[in-house]
Design a protein around this ligand. Structure first.
Ligand code: SAH
Ligand code: SF4
Length: 344
């Protein structure tokens, strides 16, 4: 049985060829999947009934189930999806007032091996990579369920995308070619996996690279993110500059703000200094509470003070809008709580 989700036009043509149908039929099926978000082959109403029956014998649209769907008071939707092997991941749809953008936040792995101290996903450890079809299923599920077309995709759900780069790049190609989402509307966020950053630079994609920096010096970063022991700030800087040189793209620096830990005046100065010769914007992410640690979110005053200090260095600084905190859908809160062996 073929699963149509994740197939490109050529692959769909190989099915229609075998059923002695024209390439035009393949194009229709392709558009039903990616642009019109068909839930089943029966939805593809411009195919003849006979052909749909033939197609149903050899193919189906998807194998993913929505296990739980939650809606936040701010309109954010969070889905817990289950793949055929019983593993689950979360995916989030964010809508921002006054903007036409619909942003899907997708997971790239079940769990994560990077083990950052502030992140709920880390607590599950690493379970497995998602393949590219499983990644794009997340966006299709959102589209099918809401009837809306996703306009932006961020790889900021569970997992470290640059430790699953082949599948992530393939998924990005499909978002671009089949979903017709521009490369600039695709963002990959990484904890700083240098070989992955270098590979992305070589591919010269026009997507956005977001780097989770979170601390401006080695000791503090190592405390928050053990990956600093392997890929440290000095080496990261070289990789980031190379990325900018090769792609011409401005990097987004993500900086988590935790009260009295990395939100001090001294940290702001060190951060400005670290970033001074890098083409980047800075996105401050106030810490979202998760169990297992006693970090605190700084007051709005300290957040604004930190922002002002950085702005003095001439960088564009934004504070990330908090979405979906009441349903644990905000940054760092995804852990795929309900998973196999646990009954709902
Ligand atoms: N693994 C990738 C992408 C997923 S996390 C990465 O780490 O970049 C997306 C963003 O949420 C990262 O910047 C991550 O550091 C941040 N994050 C993790 N836990 C958080 C928390 N408790 N509060 C706010 N942001 C958090
Ligand atoms: Fe993994 Fe990102 Fe969470 Fe770190 S913040 S544990 S890299 S998902």
């Amino acid at each position: 049985m073929h699963i149509l989700t994740g197939m490109n036009l050529k692959e769909i043509e190989s099915i229609t060829d075998r059923l002695h149908q024209s390439k035009f039929r393949a194009r229709q099926i392709h558009n039903w999947i990616y642009l019109k978000s068909a839930k089943s082959i029966d939805d593809m109403t411009d195919l003849s009934k006979d052909f749909r029956e033939e197609l149903k014998k050899v193919a189906k649209v998807s194998e993913v189930k929505i296990k739980v769907k939650q809606e936040s008071s701010d309109g954010t939707l969070k889905y817990l999806l289950e793949y055929p092997d019983g593993e689950c991941v979360e995916t989030v749809l964010m809508r921002f007032d006054n903007r036409a953008n619909l942003t899907a936040c997708v997971s790239s792995q079940v769990g994560c091996a990077v083990n950052c101290s502030f992140c709920a996903t880390a607590k599950r450890g690493f379970i497995r990579n998602l393949n590219y079809k499983e990644i794009i299923e997340q966006v299709l599920t959102i589209q099918r369920d809401t009837g809306l077309k996703v306009t932006n995709v961020v790889f900021m759900g569970q997992g470290e995308p640059l430790l699953n780069l082949d599948n992530v790049v393939r998924a990005m190609e499909i978002f671009n070619e089949s979903f017709q989402i521009g490369q600039r509307r695709l963002t990959v966020s990484t904890s700083g996996i240098i070989p992955g950053i270098n590979r992305l630079a070589e591919l010269n994609m026009q997507s956005t690279l977001a780097l989770s920096l979170h601390a401006p010096n080695h000791d503090l970063r190592k405390k928050l993110m053990p990956i600093e022991g392997k890929y440290n700030l000095n080496d990261l800087k070289i990789a980031l500059k190379n990325y900018v040189d090769k792609t011409g793209r401005r990097i987004t620096i993500e900086y988590l703000l935790i009260e009295d830990l990395n939100d001090t005046v001294e940290c702001a100065k060190q951060l400005a200094n670290y970033l001074k010769d890098l083409k980047c914007n800075i996105n401050l992410i106030p810490y979202n509470p998760v169990e297992y640690n006693d970090y605190k979110r700084p007051s709005n005053n300290s957040i604004m003070k930190f922002k002002c200090l950085l702005e003095h260095s001439g960088k564009k600084v934004t504070v990330r809008l908090e979405r979906g905190v009441d349903i644990d859908a905000a940054c760092g809160q995804l852990k795929g709580k309900v998973c196999k062996n646990i009954k709902l």
